[in-house]
Every structure is written in structure tokens, then in C-alpha cells.
Design a protein around this ligand. Structure first.
Ligand code: SAM
Length: 459
């Protein structure tokens, strides 16, 4: 039995909507929420990960080959592979959203409400880190969590912003091939995981109004012919089919795509809306997808895929800034790295942070940007400090000096606790790796590894 059962008024509403199906739905609250992980295919292939992982992994299904069910008791969120960004903890229904949007390498994609980053990490993995992902969240604190999660992912093609949808629309215009709006919602689909203390029908209606407003802005960021995914983690038809029905009525240049239905994907419920309001689009609303905890091994979710009329590539202005040439970086790269980063794409942010900008880097003047591509280093007067994000984007083979540990080595635990380690070898920056995957930096001085694992991440 769940510690926090769903609110009785919510269950009454679901009983009214689901009719004969309600008993199966209610019984799903007798079971624990589903836990899943999705392998970071930018760092490791799925077969290799499956052979290394110390957990029992059960595939979630054909819709996401990198997704697995995993038992919570195995504590996968605390494993060093998680700290090294080899996977993201994400429940299986949430994995269907980026899979359905299906972004392609080289495209420009916008994740408008991206924090804490489950879907953003998925989108950029599917894009093979090629093209541009703008991952945005309006909330400053949540945008920082997003940056931390994307840092573990080791990507180079993500711009992380903290702006309102209106600010992004005014800045970019209709340049994105795909836009994801994973909308703030009443969260009914997460009651099994998080409880539902704040729920009320008033809140549902307020969420629907906010979702409609954000969607209306999101469309002005999508190029003609582009695809917009609207997702919620709630069951209320007001926030799901209702928002999409209203949207199709207000935007006749959009059609609802009927996506591939994998096992357990259920159709939307136009029959739960007041009849005759959303004509002539009402019939289309069955092409939305619902994820039910009694029909699918995951939590509650809703997804609609909308395509904008038209065709053609938008004009996308390039970043006009000149590349930064840093002698400190050149010296560091010579002494420390075995791979080269493209000088032409480097830029200094806020006077001292050297970043490797995404290959397609738009101008960002006026936006609040937390991260441009891959942060490389903080530049001092006479020395630099490599960024933690750089360590997470490297492997043992990419550096001159590394110390490698098995996941269960007590010295690795000591490193993650912030301790210094003794280690013979040449002085200088040394990558600490777990089974060859970068985890953080240390600086060797006379046989002692000074710990540069970020204080905020120490255990
Ligand atoms: N996509 C995320 C993931 O997969 O990890 C989850 C996103 S969560 C469901 C919704 C997000 O919308 C929150 O992070 C919240 O800060 C953001 N949000 C709230 N109001 C917003 C608004 N008016 N415009 C854009 N985003 C908003």
C-alpha cells in the first residue's frame, strides 16, 4: 500500500471517467511506482552497458531500446556509473516522449520546459549529439539542476537557457525543427511516486490555462513543417485532450500526427470532452497517446504530436563572435589531452570561462545562458582549472594521465568523498575514471592526487 494514497476527489473523478476500467486503475495504486534507467548511448552502447551493469535490467520495450526497468533496492542512482553519466534514472512512460518526437542528428530542437533534464538527455542522445538542442527552463533553480544533469551526459551540442517562452520566441523566431513542451501540470500521473497533496479541480483548470498559453507561444518557435510534442504527466482531460482540442481549433495550420502505437500505448479520449466544442478536430484527438499504470509498466503520461503546415529550412543566423585563442588552454591541451577540440568553436563567457560552443551556435545576446556547449576551463591570470564538465566528456583514452578504478574500489569512494589519494606518476592534471569513463579531475603533485571533485557532489 502506498504511503500517500491519491486524493479521494481525484479518485471519484477517475471512477466517473473510467467506468468499468476503474477497478484495474485503482488496483495499480497497490503497487509501487516503476523505476527505470536509460543508457547514455553517447558514452556506451546498450549491449556493453548490459554486460557491465551490476543490476538486473529488464527492457522497457521496442519503443526505447536503451530503456530498462530496474529494482530500486539496487540503488542505481548512487552507483559510480550514474555519477559518470552512463545512464539517467527515468520512469518508462517518460521515456516514450522523446522516442515519439524522434529528433534526428543535425536538427535544431528546443526543449522548452526541460528541467531536471530527463527528456533533454534523451533528445540529445537520439540526436547523437549533432545539431543543436536548446534546453530551457523558466525556473532558475531548476535550470541549475538541468545543467548539472546535462553535465553528466557529456554533450557538446546543448545550449542551456533560463528564459520565459516569450523571451525565447522573441529571440529565435520559427527556427526549430522540433519543439518539446513537457508542460507543468497537476501531476496526477505521478501520485504513485510523489503523492498528491496539492491537487484540486481548481488547480487542474489553472494548469490547463497555463498550458494553453505556453503552447500558443511554442508554435512561434517551430519552423513550417516542424513537429511539436506536447506532454503532461496527468490524466485530466482538461489538461490533455482539452488543451490539444482548443489548440487545433485556434491553430488550423496544425494537424495531429497518429504515431506508432507500441505495446501498452493507449489512445486519447475525445469522448471525455464536452461534445461538439472541438469540431471539426474532435475525431483527431484519439490520435493522442495515453499511458496508464494499469495498462503499461510505467506512470501516467499523455503525449500529442502536432505538425505545422508548410515546408522549408528557416534562415538561422550564426554566432558572429570571433573565436577565442587561449595560450593557457593550448598549454593545458598539449600537456593533458590526447584529443583536439576545434579552436574555431571556442569562446570565453563572462570574461573567464572557456567553452566549446555547439557546432551550430546561434547568437544569444539578451538571453540568460547557463551553458554554451561544453565548458572547458576557468581561465586565471597564469593558470587554468579544467571544468568538471570536461572530465565527464572524456575517457581514459582521451588523456595523457588517468587513474582508473573499478566501481567497488574503496579508493574511488574516497575520491568521491573528497579525499586526497596517493598515486605515483608525473605531476599534472589527471583524469579519475571508473572503468575508463571520466568522473572528475585530480592534480598530481609529488605522488599525491589533490582532489578536484566538486564539493557540491561529494558524498
Ligand atoms: N521535461 C522535464 C524532464 O523530463 O525532466 C520535466 C519538466 S516539468 C514536467 C515542467 C517544467 O516546466 C518545470 O521544470 C517548470 O519549471 C517549467 N515551467 C513552469 N512554468 C513554465 C512556463 N510558464 N513556461 C515554461 N516552463 C515552465
Amino acid at each position: 500500500m502506498l504511503q500517500n494514497p491519491p486524493p479521494p476527489e481525484f479518485m471519484q473523478k477517475m471512477r466517473r471517467l473510467l467506468g468499468a476500467e476503474f477497478a484495474a486503475f485503482a488496483a495499480s495504486y497497490e503497487q509501487e511506482a516503476r523505476i527505470g534507467l536509460r543508457v547514455n548511448t553517447l558514452k556506451i552502447d546498450v549491449a556493453d552497458f548490459s554486460s557491465k551493469a551490476p543490476f538486473t535490467l529488464t527492457p522497457v520495450g521496442a519503443y526505447e531500446p536503451a530503456g530498462f526497468h530496474v529494482a530500486d533496492e539496487a540503488k542505481p542512482g548512487r552507483h559510480p556509473y550514474h555519477a559518470a553519466g552512463l545512464y539517467y534514472m527515468q520512469e518508462p512512460s517518460a521515456m516514450a516522449v522523446a522516442a515519439l518526437l524522434d529528433p534526428q542528428p543535425g536538427e535544431w530542437v528546443l526543449d522548452l520546459a526541460a528541467a531536471p533534464g530527463g527528456k533533454a538527455t534523451h533528445l540529445i542522445a537520439r540526436m547523437k549529439d549533432q545539431g543543436l538542442l536548446v534546453a530551457n527552463d523558466v525556473d532558475r533553480g531548476r535550470a541549475r539542476d538541468l545543467a548539472e544533469n546535462l553535465e553528466r551526459w557529456g554533450t557538446r551540442s546543448v545550449l542551456i537557457t533560463n528564459n520565459t517562452p516569450q523571451q525565447l520566441a522573441a529571440h529565435f523566431g520559427p527556427v526549430f525543427d522540433r519543439v518539446l513542451l513537457d508542460a507543468p501540470c497537476s501531476g496526477e500521473g505521478m501520485f504513485r511516486k510523489q503523492g498528491g497533496f496539492a491537487w484540486s479541480e481548481t488547480m487542474v483548470l489553472a494548469c490547463a490555462r497555463r498550458q494553453t498559453a505556453i503552447l500558443d507561444t511554442a508554435v512561434s518557435l517551430l519552423r513550417p513543417g516542424g513537429i511539436l510534442a506536447y506532454a503532461t504527466c496527468t490524466f485530466s482531460p482538461e489538461e490533455d485532450e482539452g488543451v490539444i482540442g482548443r489548440f487545433l481549433t485556434d491553430h488550423p495550420d496544425f494537424t495531429l500526427i497518429n504515431p506508432t502505437h507500441f505495446a501498452g500505448f493507449a489512445p486519447g479520449h475525445p469522448d471525455w470532452l464536452p461534445a461538439g466544442v472541438y469540431l471539426p478536430n474532435e475525431f483527431q484527438l484519439a490520435n493522442t497517446i495515453r499511458f496508464w499504470p494499469h495498462l503499461f509498466a510505467g506512470e501516467g503520461h499523455f503525449v500529442a504530436l502536432l505538425q505545422k503546415e508548410g515546408d522549408g529550412q528557416p534562415s538561422r543566423p550564426d554566432r558572429s563572435a570571433k573565436p577565442a585563442r587561449s595560450p593557457l588552454w593550448a598549454a593545458f591541451a598539449r600537456e593533458t589531452l590526447r584529443i583536439a577540440f576545434d579552436d574555431e568553436r571556442m569562446g570565453v563567457v563572462n570574461g573567464r570561462f572557456l567553452h566549446l560552443f555547439p557546432p551550430a551556435a546561434p547568437g544569444t545576446a539578451g538571453l540568460y545562458v547557463l551553458r554554451h556547449g561544453l565548458p572547458l576551463a576557468e581561465l586565471g591570470k597564469n593558470h587554468l582549472k579544467p571544468d568538471h564538465a570536461l572530465a565527464l566528456a572524456l575517457t581514459a583514452a582521451a588523456v595523457q594521465q588517468h587513474v582508473n578504478f573499478a566501481p567497488d574500489d574503496p579508493q574511488l569512494t574516497a575520491y568521491r568523498n573528497g579525499q586526497t589519494l596517493s598515486s605515483p606518476g608525473p605531476n599534472g592534471w589527471t583524469l579519475v575514471t571508473v572503468d575508463g569513463f571520466g568522473l572528475g579531475w585530480a592534480k598530481r603533485v609529488n605522488g599525491v592526487l589533490k582532489n578536484h571533485y566538486p564539493r557540491g557532489l561529494r558524498r
